[in-house]
Design a protein around this ligand. Structure first.
Ligand SMILES: [Zn+2]
Length: 108
């Protein structure tokens, strides 16, 4: 008789870990997560949502503020250097929480 266990399987990918980070068109960043969920983050939205330095909704971004100069996938998260010199770190779990697709926002 087989016994079913619900322990996590070793080596199972962490769903909060991105499998792939790529550009979507010219104005957005795409992340494919380990569970194959795909998120799209328009650059300006991403800058507004910087977890450490959130910008008030409705605030105007300069072009440099919303334009990434460098995007690096690091073990602790995604690091974005913006054209105005500001650096943002998006821990993967926080980044995943910023996904605004219909599936993540409950279809509203
Ligand atoms: Zn989503």
């Amino acid at each position: 008789m087989a016994i079913k266990v619900s322990l996590p399987i070793l080596g199972q990918p962490n769903p909060d870990e991105p499998k792939d980070v790529h550009l979507v068109g010219r104005y957005a960043l795409g992340v494919t997560w380990a569970d194959n969920h795909a998120s799209i983050y328009p650059f300006e939205r991403l800058r507004l949502d910087d977890p450490a330095h959130p910008i008030e909704a409705g605030a105007a971004l300069t072009q440099a503020m919303g334009w990434p100069k460098d995007i690096k996938k690091q073990p602790d998260g995604l690091r974005v250097t913006w054209s105005d010199g500001h650096e943002s770190l998006y821990p993967f779990r926080a980044l995943r929480a910023l996904c605004r697709c219909a599936g993540c926002t409950g279809g509203h």
